[in-house]
Design a protein around this ligand. Structure first.
Ligand SMILES: [Zn+2]
Length: 315
């Protein structure tokens, strides 16, 4: 994932709940339940469109008959279409549940990425989408989705799409108290597989949350405090992302504590990660590991089992 280290800083801003920037347009969707309540949105939900183009997906998401919408759709060339102002509730999450809350539409901004989704191998080295487009092997990754029992084939996202997603998430974090970035497949695991294993969710979380905290150090020196608990947590942790460990682990304890730093004197930022939950291991210090899930924090390695990640088309 070296591309993420070279992420261009696309400059976006949000004004009156509208995204401002190059290659951004607004096409209104009627599909909203009205304004968010105070404190929301605090979550970003990432999706793939499983569609054939940005235009076709925007047509669906802005059609009153469809009953679906999202705040943003991102094209494969990095173009962004906003369809709802970011103070309005969209219809992208459906029946969903996450960390004790259900109906995530009420709390979240929905971002749809133009991507064909899960593909079928045709047996000749090419892959086919549900709508009949054919993709070369170079456009596909093979990976087992955590919600599925067998290896699957997934349409890759483009580098510019990922870079735009990161920039968009960052600007949203500057304007709203976002503390969670999550996939649709994590809030509706029995129904959904998007954005799927081709989407670098852990890296996005690390980049968005860590870099926001760096920006904030800046902001705080100017006397303005916009921090959420999540961002404060990062400020207490030394940031060494130059040599990521890049391993995955399962929680082996029944309820695992996550702390701001690598020993028990640091305050908790999460108590009770569930057994079996998958974590990305970012860094280790002694018997402590810095991990990413929907947040970033430290856990005692006695309570996690490390597992080896599969690499696409190899081993
Ligand atoms: Zn979705």
């Amino acid at each position: 994932m070296t591309i993420l280290h070279a992420t261009p800083r696309l400059s976006f801003d949000v004004y009156e709940h509208r995204l401002i920037g190059e290659n951004v347009k607004f096409t209104a969707s009627p599909n909203t339940s009205g304004a968010f309540q105070t404190g929301a949105p605090d979550t970003i939900v990432i999706h793939f469109t499983a569609g054939s183009s940005l235009d076709s997906s925007v047509n669906v998401l802005t059609n009153a008959e469809s009953g679906v919408s999202a705040h943003f759709a991102l094209g494969r060339n990095g173009d962004i279409v906003q369809m709802l102002p970011t103070n309005k509730i969209g219809w992208h999450a459906g029946k969903s549940h996450y960390k004790g809350r259900s109906g995530l539409n009420r709390y979240s901004i929905g971002i749809e990425l133009d991507n064909a989704g899960q593909l079928k191998p045709r047996g000749d080295g090419t892959y086919e989408s549900w709508f009949g487009n054919v993709y070369r092997e170079s456009e596909v990754i093979a990976a087992q989705h955590p919600n599925q029992s067998v290896l699957g084939y997934w349409h890759k996202y483009t580098d510019i799409q990922i870079a735009s997603t990161i920039s968009l998430c960052k600007v949203l974090c500057e304007h709203y108290p976002i503390s969670v970035v999550v996939g649709h497949d994590e809030i509706a695991p029995s129904r959904k597989v998007d954005p799927g294993p081709a989407f670098p969710m852990h890296q996005i979380r690390e980049q968005v949350l860590l870099e926001i905290s760096e920006d904030e150090t800046h902001t705080e020196s100017n006397g303005v405090h916009t921090g959420s608990l999540q961002r404060e947590a990062h400020d207490a942790v030394p940031r060494h992302i130059a040599s990521p460990v890049n391993r995955v682990a399962n929680v082996s304890a029944n309820a695992l504590n996550v702390r701001k730093g690598p020993n028990v004197s640091f305050p908790l930022i999460e108590n009770g990660l569930h057994k079996g939950e998958v974590l990305k291991v970012l860094e280790k210090q002694g018997e402590w590991a810095k991990v990413s899930f929907t947040k970033v924090g430290w856990v005692n390695t006695r309570y996690i089992n490390e597992i080896t990640e599969k690499s696409p088309f190899k081993t």
